[in-house]
Design a protein around this ligand. Structure first.
Ligand SMILES: [Zn+2]
Length: 72
């Protein structure tokens, strides 16, 4: 499986091509919202219009390790 990282200059959201499913996988690392679409334009449109759920972000910030490390 290969993942092509597409730079997204204005946002922190990852847009990656997923060879396994032939879709663009979009993931917001802040609120862990995810979206998948075969259309690149739709992927970027989602990333561009996504708004984080503030409750989810607050919850994740509360439970996340302060060092930024992630347990396996
Ligand atoms: Zn988000």
């Amino acid at each position: 499986m290969t993942a092509r990282i597409i730079a997204f200059p204005r946002r922190f959201i990852d847009v990656q091509w997923n060879d396994s499913y032939d879709v663009y996988a979009v993931l917001c690392p802040r609120c862990v919202a995810a979206y998948a679409t075969p259309r690149e334009t739709a992927a970027y449109d989602w990333a561009d219009t996504h708004r984080c759920d503030p409750e989810m972000v607050a919850l994740l910030n509360t439970t996340a390790a302060p060092t930024g490390g992630r347990a396996a």
